[in-house]
Design a protein around this ligand. Structure first.
Ligand SMILES: Nc1nc2c(ncn2[C@@H]2O[C@H](COP(=O)(O)OP(=O)(O)OP(=O)(O)O)[C@@H](O)[C@H]2O)c(=O)[nH]1
Ligand SMILES: [Mg+2]
Length: 438
């Protein structure tokens, strides 16, 4: 039966989607997102099945009757693969495959497959391969001898490693060899990722003085579209899940005298495999190091509240739960249900509404970001020697100069300046700084 799972890719395969939902839960459509995920992976969805179950069956998640029914549909629709929205144990997958007689995948494996297809940079490829080894390996047996040629070589891509799954060995002894090879490969991947991390940290260090903003949010919320609209980034935008896997950072000037760095990141999804979050920590490092997060929310999506929850969970998991965050309601141009928008506005009274596509509401975003950047305005009286022109130009560029007077070789300037710019002003060594009003 193992040959069914020779490859976990679902590109162009005919897929039946299944969501097994406990009776105790509400009757929402759990298959909408799984459909989008399967199609993003390139599968053709031929049938969808929402099965109500009383309890989770330990051996095969669903009952025998339901499994037989699934087998019948798999034959009728000539399916190549059955994809469950639930996470299944390796034993459950084996049992189900015996009955259904086609390959069975679970939600996490599907997500990992999408990531493997999309990963472009070396870092993303290594991260996906590591996540796949860590998630899939304990769930497969006797399938890893292909790693012999790549272990330690550092040349395998994530997709390459997955494509090889299914190479069968002769038994227990092979299993032991496979285990060693996998562990060797995991160690090598971690080493390579470690050196990329160090480079990343140096890059982040270089940006220390800058105000850093990171776009976070559910996949397909419009993060990349917003980055493109605000800067000249030309990042890939697609109406599919996980269009972005790599971080992109651009300079952005939301107001004169306000220059920030804006980063786009990988989107989040419900039940994101834990291994993936772990290995994408470096990519998400942009979020960890940001001074401000913009949480982009697709308010046209019917699942918007649970999407917000999932994003918050992942943010907490990567240690960003307490970071200053501005909620941004996007796709306001296609909102049909005004009631939903009003409900969200009560939940997040400070959120901004905009459309990254039409540009509606962007001025307010610029204002709100600039205010966060300044951290509140101070009224200052600054004395500086006339020979130190830098102080005067800094205040003119980054603050609002109200009055300038010259006396005894000094210049006395009344100016408004953002609280966050005060350290920068101090570095220019004016003679005195007096805070007149905070
Ligand atoms: N109508 C409308 N569509 C939008 C808006 N913003 C983005 N979109 C569309 O939403 C889809 C997803 O946009 P992306 O910018 O790729 O979304 P993302 O958040 O970067 O998604 P991932 O990279 O997959 O996490 C695309 O088809 C966009 O054209 C908007 O304000 N209004
Ligand atoms: Mg994107």
């Amino acid at each position: 039966m193992e040959e069914l799972r020779q490859t976990l890719r679902v590109r162009k395969e005919r897929a039946i989607l299944v969501a097994a939902v406990l009776h105790s839960r509400g009757g929402r459509d759990d298959l909408a997102e799984l459909t989008a995920l399967a199609e993003s992976a390139g599968a053709v969805v031929v049938d969808r099945l929402q099965q109500r179950i009383r309890t989770i069956h330990p051996a095969r998640y669903i009952g025998k009757g339901k499994a037989d029914q699934l087998a019948g549909r798999a034959r009728r629709f000539k399916a190549d693969v059955v994809i469950f929205d639930n996470d299944l144990s390796p034993a459950q997958i084996r049992e189900l495959e015996k009955i259904v007689e086609v390959k069975v995948l679970d939600r996490s494996e599907l997500i990992l497959d999408i990531f493997a297809t999309r990963a472009k940079t070396k870092q993303a490829r290594l991260q996906v391969e590591l996540a796949q080894l860590e998630y899939t390996y304990p769930r497969l047996t006797r399938m890893w001898s292909h790693l012999d040629s790549v272990a330690g070589a550092g040349g395998a891509t994530a997709a390459g490693a997955v494509g090889g799954i299914g190479t069968r060995g002769p038994g227990e002894q092979q299993l032991e060899i496979d285990r060693r090879l996998v562990n060797k490969r995991i160690t090598e991947l971690k080493r390579q990722l470690g050196s990329i991390d160090k480079r990343k940290i140096r890059e982040i260090d270089r940006r220390k003085g800058m105000f850093k903003i990171c776009l976070v949010g559910y996949t397909n919320a419009g993060k990349s579209t917003l980055l493109n609209t605000l800067t000249d980034a030309a990042v890939l935008v697609e109406d599919r899940l996980f269009a972005t896997l790599d971080t992109r950072t651009k300079k952005w000037t939301p107001a004169s005298g306000v220059e920030v760095l804006l980063s786009d990141t990988v989107g989040f999804v419900k039940k994101l495999p834990h291994q993936l979050v772990a290995s994408f920590k470096a990519t998400l490092e942009e979020a960890v190091n940001a001074d401000l997060l913009l949480h982009i929310i697709d308010v046209s999506n019917t699942e918007v509240t649970s999407q917000i929850e999932s994003v918050k969970e992942v943010l907490a998991e990567i240690g960003c739960g307490e970071k200053p965050t501005l909620e941004v309601f996007n796709k306001i141009d296609v909102v049909r249900k005004i009631g939903r928008l009003e409900m969200l506005q009560t939940l997040f009274p400070d959120a901004l509404s905009l459309s990254a596509r039409t540009g509606f509401g962007l001025e307010q975003l610029c204002e709100a970001v600039s205010a966060k950047y300044r951290g509140g305005e101070l009224l200052l009286q600054v004395r500086s020697s006339q020979s130190n022109g830098k102080v005067q130009s800094f205040l003119r560029a980054y603050g609002r100069v109200l009055k300038e007077r010259y006396c005894d070789g000094s210049v006395l300037i009344d100016a408004k300046l953002g609280r966050n710019q005060l350290p920068e002003l101090k570095r220019l060594h004016p003679e005195t700084i007096e805070i007149v009003e905070a």
